[in-house]
Design a binder for this molecule. Structure first.
Ligand SMILES: [Zn+2]
Length: 149
């Protein structure tokens, strides 16, 4: 059963109105831009308030936090170098897969958001191609890093 949403709830990627959300489901894909959205509960009392965020943006936030921790661990010499290299490779792979998935969804849907600027049609497909290439580059660099270990 789907929960009815307020009419002002919009996709954080393409701003299309979201009219329903399956109950007990945290992630749903937008029908227009195909991007996965994450529903987070931000307040509980007196009303339950929720916020939709882009799943890819959430992954990037976690990766930025991981990169900060790795940098601190590297400077303070808290972890062995092998662990830091392994975690860096994992972060590169995750970022590359996220960029590749975002680019492929942009190629398929014709909608892309790069930074705060939305792109539609041919411009979106051009931006999506660049994002796919960047994702493949990151995955390639991660594989290269694995070879060096
Ligand atoms: Zn959307």
């Amino acid at each position: 059963m789907n929960a009815a949403l307020n009419s002002s709830v919009c996709c954080p990627s393409c701003a299309v109105r979201i009219t329903s959300w399956p109950q007990h489901q945290l992630v749903q894909c937008c029908e227009r831009c195909l991007r996965p959205m994450l529903m987070l509960r931000v307040r509980g009392k007196p009303f339950k308030l929720y916020r939709l965020i882009r799943l890819f943006a959430a992954v990037r936030m976690v990766l930025a936090l991981l990169a900060s921790v790795l940098l601190i661990a590297l400077v303070a010499r808290l972890l062995p170098l092998g662990w830091i290299v392994g975690a860096s490779v994992a972060a590169f792979v995750l970022q590359g897969v996220t960029d590749l998935a975002d680019g492929l969804l942009g190629l398929r849907s014709g909608h892309m958001r790069s930074g705060q600027r939305p792109y539609i049609g041919a411009a979106a497909r051009r931006q999506s191609s660049i994002k796919c290439a960047f994702g493949l580059l990151l995955i390639g660099l991660a594989l290269f890093g694995l070879l060096l270990m």
